[in-house]
Design a protein around this ligand. Structure first.
Ligand code: NAI
Ligand code: SAJ
Length: 486
């Protein structure tokens, strides 16, 4: 970088000149939070603009990155990109957020927004805002990528930055540009798997953020009216998922009453575009989906019964799962209080080293309450840290279990030779095992798609395309019907 940092907010330079300044490293970018999302984001900023200062409060994280290492696991290509960008001096890390803020002219917030007793916890966000404010200069842009309760940028971040920095609003910009990324595909997602949503506290903030993300991402930039709308987009995506998982779990729970495989019915129903039923399971984990509904529930007087009930349904699933096993054990003459139960999978999703709100925690807790001896296996975390006795997969044939619950289908579980393990009652929470014909008593949550629908090829419709279903926003039903007949 040559000389003073270039500051883009309120810049009068031409757009090509501003783009050139950004991509040639003259717009230093500070990224606050170098975790599962922050490090991939910092890496893509570095490969795009070549002048990134990553900030994390964890000195081990900072040291690892400055040594060219990568502490985030399960992200293809990330270790190589981080090593290369650090080696070329395009990415560095520090624990000093204020010093990083003083050097940067774009500040990106990607630290956790958690929930404490169903109330959003913005303490981490506010700590980062304090750091940024110490180094904020006229012409800077602050971008929040952490998922936030709608209204946070406008009511908390923007005024807080102005008050703490002494700058007046209009001298610096704030934008909300949500992180639409899932662990395991972070680089692909950030580089453009999905359109990038941009909401500015003012038009100039939206302009600068759009310019930056049109360089980072190959996908469209969707500019919405303001930061609150952008915050709502992200939270709504998460609430949509939580509500639909709640519906899937509610349908899965009546599989036995209906005497069907609900999963087979779901897979078949999902062949039409107006149906996108999700998967039943033992619960909803991670520090995102279980939290996002509370970002709305906590800030409206409206009871929001659909959102609230789905959240409650998902929260009940770990206990429901254990009580289903309890019933099946009792039916085979075993009292769960005298049982030894194996729990397979503790992280919230396969291959992701994250246990926050994992259904396994509720499963272990409920088994414990019922008096069972709980043994568990997970290749990514130590079960002993979660109240279960660890067991290695190779030991399973030598152990005596009354029951087992599969919570999270880690890839390593494919190596289990179930024929070598003494018969037990198995409850497969994710339809991940194939034990129908084994010597175990096998049950699932919601049935199995082993009995997939038989598809008999048709002649195909005239234009061989699945007809559009949802009428476009401004079209009336007749127009859309005629479209559907096309
Ligand atoms: N994990 C995911 O799948 C997605 C997460 N998000 C959003 O991104 C946020 C971050 O998620 P992850 O990266 O998964 O979290 P994470 O827990 O993996 O990483 C957070 C990092 O921030 C650091 N940190 C905490 N306080 C800090 C501070 N005051 N200053 C600087 N660094 C600090 C921590 O040391 C940690 O390294 C989430 O809370 C969510 O809002 C959005 C999309 C996907
Ligand atoms: C709307 C949406 O799909 N959001 C994604 C989600 O990713 P996340 O890593 O939280 O995983 P997830 O696939 O939603 O799973 C969350 C939890 O829900 C469970 N789950 C998921 C889907 C399903 O049909 N049934 C089900 O029980 C999973 O087992 C897991 O315990 O949340 C991310 C986020 O915002 O943090 C987001 O970027 C991702 O795109």
């Amino acid at each position: 970088m040559s000389g003073e940092p270039v500051r883009l907010y309120n810049s009068t330079a031409s757009t090509p000149t501003q783009r050139e300044a950004f991509t040639s490293g003259n717009v230093p970018v500070a990224v606050y939070g170098l975790g599962k999302m922050g490090l991939p984001l910092a890496a893509v900023y570095a490969e795009t603009a070549g002048n990134v200062i990553g900030v994390d409060i964890d000195p081990d994280v900072v040291e690892t990155i400055n040594d060219g290492g990568c502490h985030v696991t399960g992200e293809p290509e990330l270790p190589e990109v981080v090593a290369d960008q650090v080696d070329r001096g395009r990415l560095e890390a520090t624990t000093d957020g204020a010093a990083a803020a003083a050097r940067a002219s774009v500040h990106v917030i990607i630290v956790p927004t958690l929930v404490d007793d169903d109330e959003p916890d913005l303490s981490t966000i506010e700590a980062v805002v304090e750091d940024i404010a110490e180094g904020l200069s006229p012409g800077d842009l602050v971008i929040a990528e952490s998922t936030l309760p709608p209204g946070t940028c406008e009511d908390v971040i923007y005024p807080h930055l102005a008050a703490e920095s002494g700058l007046s609003t209009g001298e610096f910009g704030v934008a909300f540009c949500p992180e639409r990324t899932a662990s395991g595909t972070a680089l692909r997602d950030i580089r453009g798997a999905y359109p990038k949503v941009v909401g500015g506290i003012d038009d100039e903030s939206a302009r600068v953020a759009s310019l930056l993300y049109s360089e980072l991402s190959s996908n469209e930039i969707h500019v919405v009216r303001d930061t609150t709308t952008a915050e709502a987009v992200k939270v709504f995506e998460g609430v949509y998922r939580d509500v639909n998982i709640g519906l899937a779990n509610e349908l899965g729970r009546i599989a036995d009453d209906l005497g069907i495989s609900v999963r087979e019915a779901i897979e078949t129903a999902n062949h039409i575009p107006m149906c996108h039923l999700h998967d039943p399971g033992p619960g909803v984990g991670g520090h995102c989906i279980p939290y996002y509904p509370h970002f709305l529930l906590a800030q409206t007087e409206d009871p929001m019964p659909v959102t609230r009930t789905a959240r409650e349904t998902n929260d009940e699933m770990p206990a429901f799962t254990v009580e289903k096993l309890e019933r099946e054990l009792a039916a085979s003459g075993t009292d769960i209080a005298d049982a030894t139960v194996l729990v397979l999978g503790i992280t919230y999703r396969p291959g992701v080293e994250e246990t926050r709100a994992s259904p396994a925690l509720g499963v272990i807790e409920r088994l414990d309450e019922l008096g069972a001896e709980v043994v568990a296996s997970d290749p990514l975390v130590d079960p002993a840290e979660f109240g279960a006795q660890p067991v290695a997969l190779e030991e399973l044939p030598d152990r005596d279990f009354d029951g087992a619950i599969l919570v999270t289908p880690q890839a390593a579980f494919d190596t289990i030779d179930w024929d070598e393990i003494d018969p037990m009652v198995v409850l497969d929470g994710r339809d991940a095992l194939d034990l129908e014909d084994s010597h175990h008593e096998y049950h699932t949550l919601g049935g199995s798609v082993a009995d997939r629908p038989k598809i008999i090829e048709g002649e195909g419709n005239e234009n061989d395309e699945v007809p559009e279903y949802l009428p476009a926003r401004n079209e009336d039903a007749s127009a859309s019907t005629s479209r559907a007949d096309q």
